[in-house]
Design a protein around this ligand. Sequence first.
Ligand code: ATP
Length: 178
Amino acid sequence: LEPKEEFQHSSLTADVMRPRRSDPPLAVLTQEGMTVEEVEALVESTHYSGFPVVVSQDSHRLVGFVLRRDLLISIDNARKRQEGVVGASQVVFTEHSPAPADDAPPPLRLRGIVDLSPFTVTDHTPMDITVDIFRKLGLRQCLVTHNGKLLGIITKKDILKHMANDCQQRPRLHPLQL
Ligand code: ATP
């Protein structure tokens, strides 16, 4: 995202973010209630670099963002080294959680790998502002919200693809005409 790259500034973040209408839903983790097996299945069934953590599937209130590689390393380490952690263990991204039932395996606490302040923009943010935020902060991805609820994600590559399409569709204007 070189500063001198030209970009037609008419679109909104909602036009560029994922998922699109035809895409599978946003892959999210809930802060409590998923098992190690369920988290592993989610990670392995996708290739995404990261996953938003939400309070619940219903609320989609954002808690933070976890990188795929941190999740995989932490789960792998815990399965090898942390006594009692098995596929049925609960994965907990909260600070405090109710004590597990007597017969339940110990939970896997992963609060430490959550970025609790991921960058967010709203779906109505004009793309030129979103691009500026990516450039100035050197972001790889940014989460998209609507009325405080998590709606989607936008990556640097999504923006570059959008810019490439934009350039193909419209003749390039002289910079002074922008
Ligand atoms: P690449 O992996 O090729 O470098 P990328 O840099 O865009 O691509 P990824 O995280 O792999 O990064 O995202 C691939 C695509 O999936 C992007 O279009 C992105 O918006 C979307 N995406 C990323 N994370 C999620 C997610 N958790 N749920 C749904 N879609 C996602």
